[in-house]
Design a protein around this ligand. Structure first.
Ligand SMILES: Nc1ncnc2c1ncn2[C@@H]1O[C@H](COP(=O)(O)OP(=O)(O)OP(=O)(O)O)[C@@H](O)[C@H]1O
Length: 571
């Protein structure tokens, strides 16, 4: 992953040197001046790309954060603070962070249009505040001085380019870190992210905080670019149009932010030259954003797809290698009951989904939980993993009660689960997902783990992986994390008979090889027979049988409840 980040950073750096050289060396001063504006807008778009593109939150007040950064730079200039513009710009970024966190707080509870309204209201309130006050130095025309080395238009272009490249490189590293993966995971499914031990609150607040910091920097850069500022530079309309451009171009990609910057700066320039109304630009941006939302593909993604198509190499897909060397080391968990559930009762209104269920998973085994449709199996997993608001009874992990702990706290304590539906963020790579799910794994461990479950190569984008294999990847993630207890929710769905048998063998190996105990919810009886040493049968939310599979599956009550159809067909 680090290697991929370094590679991407070198590409950004090389592109910046070549393009920067061409712009400064060949273009007239006026175009260099415009190119600087492209970079500063690009920085503002980088900030939006993080919060909206990566984390999927609608933030319509980005220029307000930029305004705070610019105001801080103006104030530090008037106060003749030490350090010069570069330091003031960074301080402007930091000044925007508390505001970013404050705006991020509603995002912990709100999503979609509701969050959009909150952030837009903030931008509107900021407009009112700016209307009643002036920027420091505005009335006295006190200019923000540029650093001596970067005083000319060409020099300031390089100054802005350094900031843009530095931010792009940091974002590349962040994107491939666990924090970056957690942003994507939260965007795709907050529940699945929490099941990996990701704190959704931390992921959202960190995205808002870092995004506000970057937006603050763009405001500071603008202060040095224009010298003096007016409120219109940071209006609500500016934030709205920036959001539309970010959605259209895919501002979470380094090139997307620059393409967006070019559109924002060059479009008004073109419209002016052709004597067309300036509002036309905003209309086109809005149309572009709607197009990107309806096709689900931003401009950057289109370019990347086409580029990948041109440069396609045959993808190496992992097969059963029969060589398990390099797998993550076994983790020892305490002996005794790994998971003990007593008198678990769950009600959905008048429906009693679970009714006083007792179930114990001893350490070091694979236990099965079966039952007909609607018996309460998924509800059981939801309750144990912390995804239900309330239940009666108790859930203990290694003797420690889990009541009062949230889903991500339970995941960190050692209960991990998979899902019946696909909840893996398609923007991740297979290896990136494994790292999100299992934390720090070496390159060898990632490859060995993927091979062990017949998953594709780590560099494969999740979006290119079929549904059945994504389930295996989901299993690989929780197994690689080696928690005390793994809850597998129908992992064989979508697998062929052969694949199911192979999966059964792998699941049976988990306790000895990785140290985790497993509770397997499954419909496929062959899989249950081959993998489980104990099985519990639920019917209408109650335990009707429990014991070794050979004994339990032979009981007439179980056949009636669970295999009734097969019995009648046989008759
Ligand atoms: N969110 C909900 N609101 C109301 N009732 C629910 C809800 N979720 C589940 N139920 C009901 O609770 C009972 C148990 O459902 P659950 O999904 O846990 O069963 P299951 O054994 O996992 O079924 P399946 O094998 O079909 O997934 C069913 O009667 C179901 O209709």
């Amino acid at each position: 992953m680090k290697r991929a980040s370094i590679r991407a950073s070198l590409v950004i750096l090389a592109a910046a040197i070549v393009l920067g050289g061409v712009i400064v060396g060949l273009l007239p001063s006026y175009w260099v001046f415009l190119a600087t504006s492209v970079l500063i807008t690009g920085v503002a778009l980088q900030s939006l790309g993080l919060v909206a593109g990566r984390t999927g939150m609608i933030a319509l007040c980005q220029m307000s954060f930029a305004g705070v950064g610019a105001w801080t730079v103006g104030y530090l200039n008037l106060a003749e603070a030490p350090g010069g513009l570069a330091t003031w710009i960074l301080l402007g970024g930091f000044a925007a962070v508390p505001l970013g966190v404050a705006i991020g707080l509603p995002a912990l509870r709100l999503r979609g249009i509701n969050l959009a309204i909150v952030t837009l209201s903030f931008a509107a309130a900021f407009d009112v505040i700016l209307a009643t006050m002036t920027f420091p130095g505005q009335t006295a025309f006190i200019q923000v001085p540029r650093p001596a080395l970067f005083d000319s238009d060409e020099g300031y272009f390089i100054f802005a380019l350094i900031f843009y490249v530095a931010i792009a490189v940091v974002l590349e590293f962040l994107a491939r870190s666990r924090l970056g993966a957690s942003w994507l995971a939260v965007r795709h499914s907050e529940r699945a992210a929490a099941a990996h031990g990701v704190s959704v609150a931390k992921a959202k607040l960190s995205a808002f905080a870092i995004s506000a910091f970057i937006a603050g920097i763009s405001g500071g850069l603008l202060a040095g670019y224009l010298g003096t500022l007016v409120a219109e530079n940071f209006s609500m309309m500016q934030s709205l149009s920036l959001y539309a451009v970010a959605v259209m171009t895919g501002a979470h990609f380094a090139e997307g932010a620059i393409i967006g910057g070019i559109l924002v700066v060059m479009f008004p320039e073109l419209l002016r030259r052709f004597n067309l109304p300036q509002d036309l630009g905003n209309v086109l941006f809005a149309v572009g954003a709607v197009q990107a939302l309806s096709t689900g593909e931003t401009m950057s993604e289109t370019f990347r797809r086409l580029f990948r198509k041109l440069a396609r190499r045959p993808g190496r897909v992992g097969g059963a290698k029969g060589d398990d060397g390099g797998l993550p080391a076994r983790v020892s968990h305490p002996a005794g009951a790994a998971l003990q559930v007593d008198k678990l009762t769950v009600r959905y209104g008048s429906v009693v989904a679970l009714d006083g269920v007792d179930l114990t998973v001893p350490a070091g085994i694979v236990a099965g939980l079966i039952g007909p449709n609607g018996a309460g199996k998924s509800t059981f997993i939801d309750a144990v993993s912390g995804f239900l608001r309330s239940y009666e009874g108790s859930v203990r992990l290694g003797g420690v009660a889990l009541e009062g702990r949230s889903a991500h706290e339970r995941a960190r304590a050692g209960v991990r689960r998979t899902w019946q539906t696909n909840r893996i963020a398609p923007e991740l790579t297979v290896g990136g997902y494994l790292r999100l799910a299992a934390g720090n794994l070496t390159e060898t461990e990632v490859r060995a783990m993927l091979d062990w479950l017949d998953c594709p190569d780590p560099e494969t984008p999740v979006v290119a992986v079929d549904a059945g294999t994504r389930r295996l990847l989901d299993v690989a993630g929780v197994v690689a994390a080696r928690p005390a207890v793994i809850l597998l929710d129908e992992p064989a769905a979508g697998q062929s008979h052969e694949e199911t048998l192979r999966l059964g063998r792998r699941i049976a190996e988990i306790p000895a090889r990785f140290g985790s105990s497993v509770l397997l919810v499954e419909r496929d009886m062959d899989l249950v027979r081959s993998a489980c040493s104990q099985v519990t049968v639920l019917d209408f939310g109650r335990v009707i049988a429990s014991g070794p599979p050979a004994v339990v599956l032979d009981q007439s009550a179980v056949k009636r409840a669970y295999l009734g159809i097969e019995e009648s067909v046989a008759a």
